[in-house]
Ligand binder design. Structure first.
Ligand code: AP5
Length: 221
């Protein structure tokens, strides 16, 4: 099974992917996390990504695909996985189709307005080591500034500034939003009201999974 999370920056893709991972063990494959990790480690792909990230546009398809292929080849993805932030354009969607898949593909479009996005990203803090996600108001860490999971110092992402957020939203509208129609035509798209509180958003996703799979999400895997 492959679950694809579409949605604007700050719509909650990472939050939903993390919930599916911790509830059911589906690996969370975030191309943003893979890119940031490659940049931190200074790998050849990371050096290419570093020159393109942080301005609000997309990293080139070849770089992203190389990182994604490597990650999907690991054993934990054999039974299925959750894609957070991929595909981001038509050519990436074509590449994903070409990778093939055993089992269903289920696509969620996390719908949320621009005002909500700006508030969420301004209050987001992330762990640079394990990529855990916090919100200063709705999901604060137990100890201010410290990751609950691994103890690292939390940071504000460099691309969470008002100018870069505006660019990211423009990129999303132009390149990623049109993918919803593609998956709708395949009968795979499920629209989620992502402006609701996180527990409610996750509940909507779980209800769809249960309906599509004909059993509680995660059972029998
Ligand atoms: P990426 O890391 O994927 O960023 P993004 O798509 O802009 O999405 P975000 O991570 O900002 O938000 P999210 O939807 O995951 O929300 P989150 O759960 O954190 O990509 C970064 C960059 O990498 C791109 O700009 C691009 O350059 C490059 N890139 C990545 N993938 C690429 C690709 N495939 N191709 C080319 N380039 C690529 O939530 C946000 C905040 O809100 C958090 O604080 C959270 O706690 C809070 N929150 C979440 N849900 C709720 C809720 N329901 N109610 C209240 N608060 C909530």
């Amino acid at each position: 099974m492959r679950i694809i999370l579409l949605g604007a920056p700050g719509s909650g893709k990472g939050t939903v992917a993390e919930a599916l991972r911790s509830l059911y063990g589906y690996p969370k494959i975030s191309t943003g996390d893979l890119l940031r990790e490659a940049v931190r480690e200074g790998t050849p792909l990371g050096r290419v990504a570093a020159s393109q990230m942080g301005k609000g546009g997309l990293v080139d398809d070849a770089t992203v695909l190389a990182l994604l292929r490597e990650r999907l080849a690991r054993a934990d993805c054999a039974a299925g996985y959750v894609l957070d932030g991929f595909p981001r354009n038509a050519s990436q969607a074509d590449s994903l189709d070409a990778l093939g898949l055993a089992g269903p593909e289920i696509v969620f479009d996390l719908e949320v307005g621009g005002d909500v996005v700006i508030e969420r990203l301004a209050n987001r803090r992330s762990c640079p080591r394990c990529e855990a996600i916090y919100h200063l108001v709705t999901k604060p860490p137990k100890v201010a500034g410290v990751c609950d999971v691994c103890g690292a110092e939390l940071v504000q992402r460099k691309d969470d500034t008002p100018e870069v957020i505006r660019e990211r939203l423009k990129t999303h509208k132009a390149k990623t939003e049109p993918l919803a129609a593609r998956y709708e035509a395949k009968g795979e798209l499920h629209r989620i009201d992502a402006a609701r509180p996180a527990e409610d958003v996750i509940g909507q996703v779980l209800r769809v999974l249960e309906t599509v799979l004909g059993r509680p999400a995660g059972a029998g895997e």
